[in-house]
Design a protein around this ligand. Structure first.
Ligand SMILES: *Cc1c(COP(=O)(O)O)cnc(C)c1O
Length: 387
């Protein structure tokens, strides 16, 4: 048979809400030959990845490992292990990923109390605390950085309220990990999960996860086994921990990639990396004003790694994204759920959080707006961003 035409992906600058750009070094790690998944050299790499994940999560939790699936599987791992039918769960919903967490809690047969805030605003701490105190609560869950809205929710007060009530806390760190401070032990968070394709700048495919001893105790003493075999932390602990009991075949090359992504994160240093994300986001926001664009979220609760931009009246939201992709080879995101058609989302994450990305996306936005008959000052936007 004649050779088939290979799939060659075009070179697109990924400035959406994920996946984020991947460095050549991480791509090279993916292309190395796989080892056996119980090979002694691979087991050593597993240990190293677990230790590095503890560092980025800010924890000494023994149970810290990547789930072999995407961020949503990290969320599901928390819910299937920590909730049983009839448990009371308070879920804060300030965007689409909070909705997903609520859905997963409902699927466990839990009695779910949701505390909502308007998309684009943080959770109301008082209302969360009141809902937690209103009944015996087993679990409190919410999203740290809501990628669907661009809001960063400081977790300390809600976590403290949960601990006072004896509830375990679950924190979604999918977008925040590696881009802004995550300090599970200082905050007292019991379970947290992330994804590789946001600020860690590794392709999608793994979900870093960490459970405190209290969370592991809850999972170990359930009335019934967790309804998921693949995501049962008792079994996963036997594979990634001391016994090395075969559970599933870890996606070996993705573990290479994550290890290399973590090397890059730790070589840069967490503090420097967080400062870079803040500085780059600030540059983007400064450049928006000369284009007649406004961020959706007030500065005080904006997350640096994803900026939601309100679509001005009369501008075709989807046409701007199509123009960026076709004429500038840039991907940005649109709105989800209640914000569909109303915002663009520009992700400046990990390897993509650079001044070059900011200048390219501002130039692209200026051009796309001009194509819709807007009069915008692209040069002024560039100057403002670089100031
Ligand atoms: C991306 C994301 C998820 C889902 O992760 P997937 O890898 O798409 O499954 C969950 N929560 C937040 C905050 C996210 O940004």
């Amino acid at each position: 048979m004649a050779p088939r035409a290979p799939f060659v992906p075009p070179e697109i600058l990924l400035l959406g809400p994920g996946p984020s750009p991947v460095s050549p070094r991480v791509l090279a790690a993916l292309a190395a030959p796989p080892l056996g998944h119980l090979d002694a050299d691979f087991v050593r790499l597993m240990d190293r990845v677990q230790e590095d994940l503890r560092t980025v999560f800010g924890t000494r939790n023994r149970f810290t490992l990547p789930i072999s699936a995407t961020g949503s599987a990290g969320m599901e791992t928390c819910m299937v292990n920590l909730l049983e039918p009839g448990d009371r769960a308070v879920i804060g919903v300030h965007g689409v990923f909070g909705e997903r967490m609520k859905d997963l809690a409902v699927r466990q047969g839990a009695e779910v109390v949701e505390v909502r805030s308007e998309y684009g605003r943080p959770l109301d701490v008082e209302r969360m605390a009141a809902a937690i105190a209103a009944g015996p609560t087993q679990l409190v869950g919410f999203v740290h950085a809501e990628t669907s809205t661009g809001v960063l929710m400081p977790p300390e007060e809600i976590v403290a309220a949960a601990r006072r009530a004896g509830a375990l806390t679950v924190l979604d760190c999918v977008t925040s990990l590696g881009g802004t401070e995550v300090a599970l032990d200082t905050w007292g968070v019991d379970a947290a999960y992330s994804g590789t394709q946001k600020c860690l700048s590794v392709p999608p495919g793994l979900a870093p996860l960490s459970f405190s001893d209290a969370a592991m105790q809850r999972a170990a003493h359930r009335a019934r086994k967790a309804p998921s075999w693949y995501l049962d932390v008792n079994l996963l602990g036997g594979y990634w921990g001391g016994g090395r009991v075969y559970h599933h075949t870890a996606p070996v090359n993705m573990v290479y990639a994550l290890a290399t992504g973590l090397d890059e994160v730790l070589e840069e240093g967490l503090t420097a990396r967080f400062a870079r994300h803040r500085a780059i986001a600030r540059a983007l926001v400064r450049g928006l004003e000369p284009l007649g664009l406004q961020p959706l979220v007030p500065e005080a609760c904006r997350t640096p790694m994803v900026t939601a931009i309100s679509v001005p009246d009369g501008v075709d939201e989807a046409a701007v994204r199509r123009h960026l992709r076709a004429a500038h080879a840039i991907e940005i995101g649109g709105g989800l759920g209640a914000l569909k058609g109303r915002i663009w989302r520009v992700g400046l994450m990990g390897h993509g959080a650079t001044m070059t990305s900011v200048l390219r996306v501002l130039a692209g936005l200026a051009d796309a707006l001009r194509a819709q008959g807007r009069r915008v000052d692209a040069a002024e936007a560039m100057r403002a961003a670089q100031a």
